[in-house]
Design a protein around this ligand. Structure first.
Ligand code: ADP
Ligand code: MG
Length: 441
């Protein structure tokens, strides 16, 4: 017998065993062949072992990667949640601050129509930005949907952000005996392609950071500039400034030097938004001297002026049924419709609405979808069965998710998404008036 050990690195012991009945077997030439065979065998076995190990390593890698992706998703979701909370706080602060200010001024009987109009403008914009935030939140987890891009005037965006934050730099600061001088150096033609609400968020954050950096007051300079291919914006304060260590970390999510007062998310969100807009961002800061943040974006062309609204026939006074179990929404719908010159009756449930409904009595029905008892879908179907000429519209917080085809099958003619504006209700009223007129003709 010939026993040839196979040299296998790190593997189990192995050998090649050759047996012969011939006593003169295994001559030197045959020994050489056997040794050669053994070394080839060893190499082949080694290769299979390596292959197995490689496959295992791949599997392992794959599993780890999946775990990483999962934890990254969780991290992003967590960040998103606090980011949203952060944005809502800005929006709510803008609205709350304005409302309280208005009440104060009204008590002093010092309210001018101009001031009122301004404050309403800010509150309306803030609420719309909040709605945009909700829309973006809904989009999270779905396939990346491109954010609506439009031509945005950076100058207007900065002006609006300054208005938004006025309660913080004006009232709160002056309440504490601190004066912050805000100046705006604007240049026309600072057009950027992107999303106005997100860009407003950028400057709101930068201004709030500057205000935080001015605990004893000082100057906050805002500015825009338009060059050939690019647009720049500057937010500069002469506040406390940053140490080089802080400066290095400002864009890290959750990095804050403000303790529980800060979220550390402002600048990381700013960074993300600026990147999505193809922009760049540079920060210069010196402790005790202040901070200058410069942003630049590719320049875009001016927005097309909106087409003049199509002249439509006057609507006249409609009879409207409003069904919503939420008293605040129901009351608002009734008030807006009456302000638009219609007669509206509110119902707190589908049941009470059905009881009161008679064919021909109403031109328009506005109904919520999710209600205890008979829901909006079922209500619409029942009403449609009784009266096929009434206009029915769903008013819902699920606006984008409501399938138009399904709504049509349930008898509805239109879907109004919450939060709705007066113009949305005017549009539905127009629709109802047109239908009523067509029927009469
Ligand atoms: P937060 O404002 O919640 O702390 P940010 O991401 O907006 O989170 O800012 C991170 C940190 O960057 C701040 O805590 C602060 O230390 C520093 N910082 C940002 N802007 C300025 C500024 N204008 N002046 C001084 N420090 C700033
Ligand atoms: Mg901040």
């Amino acid at each position: 017998a010939l026993f040839v050990p196979l040299a296998l690195e790190g593997g189990p012991p192995a050998a090649l065993l050759l047996v012969s009945r011939d006593p003169s077997a295994f001559r030197p030439a045959e020994l050489r062949v056997a040794a050669g065979l053994a070394s080839h065998l060893a190499a082949a076995l080694h290769a299979t072992q390596l292959h197995d190990r490689l496959e295992k390593a791949f599997d392992e890698l794959h599993r780890t990667q999946e775990q990483l992706v999962r934890s990254e998703r969780l991290r992003v979701a967590g960040e998103l949640a606090s980011g949203i909370a952060h944005e809502f706080n800005n929006v709510l602060a803008a609205i709350l601050g304005r409302v309280q200010l208005l009440r104060l001024r009204a008590r002093e009987a010092a309210l001018s129509p101009h001031e009122l109009e301004d404050a309403f403008g800010v509150m309306e914009l803030a609420a719309r930005d909040g709605a945009e935030t909700v829309r973006r939140l809904r989009q999270f987890g779905k396939d990346e949907v491109a954010d609506a891009a439009e031509s945005v005037d950076l100058d207007a965006v900065i002006r609006e952000a300054a208005e938004f934050t006025r309660p913080r730099w004006k009232n709160a600061a002056e309440g504490g005996g601190v004066h912050i001088e805000v100046s705006l150096e604007s240049s026309p033609g600072a057009w950027v392609r992107g999303n106005a609400a997100q860009l407003r968020e950028v400057f709101t954050n930068l201004i709030l950071n500057a205000v935080d950096a001015l605990p004893r007051g000082g100057n906050l300079c805002l500015g825009t500039g338009a060059q050939d291919g690019s647009v720049t914006a500057i937010v500069e304060d002469d506040g406390v400034g940053m140490t080089p260590e802080t400066l290095q970390r400002v864009f890290e999510p959750f990095f804050t030097t403000k303790g529980v007062q800060g979220t550390g998310l402002g600048l990381s969100m700013v960074y993300g938004i600026v990147q999505r807009h193809g922009g760049k961002l540079a920060v210069r800061s010196h402790p005790g001297r202040g901070t200058r943040i410069e942003l630049s974006f590719p320049r875009s062309t001016a927005a097309q002026p909106p087409a003049p609204p199509e002249a439509s026939a006057p609507v006249g006074s409609l009879s409207v049924m409003v069904v919503d179990d939420e008293p605040a929404v129901r009351g608002l719908l009734v008030d807006i419709l009456e302000a638009l010159g219609h007669r509206a009756i509110g119902y707190g449930s589908s049941e009470s609405a059905l009881e009161d409904f008679q064919p021909g009595r109403f031109d328009l029905v506005l109904t919520d979808l999710g209600m205890p008892g008979i829901n909006g879908w079922e209500l619409s179907q029942s009403l449609r069965a009784k009266d096929d000429s009434v206009t029915i519209a769903f008013v819902t917080g699920w606006g984008e998710e409501v399938d138009a085809e399904r709504a049509r099958r349930a008898g509805a003619d239109a879907v109004v998404a919450k939060p709705f504006g007066i113009e949305d209700l005017a549009r539905v009223a127009q629709l109802a008036a047109d239908r009523t007129r067509r029927r009469a003709a």
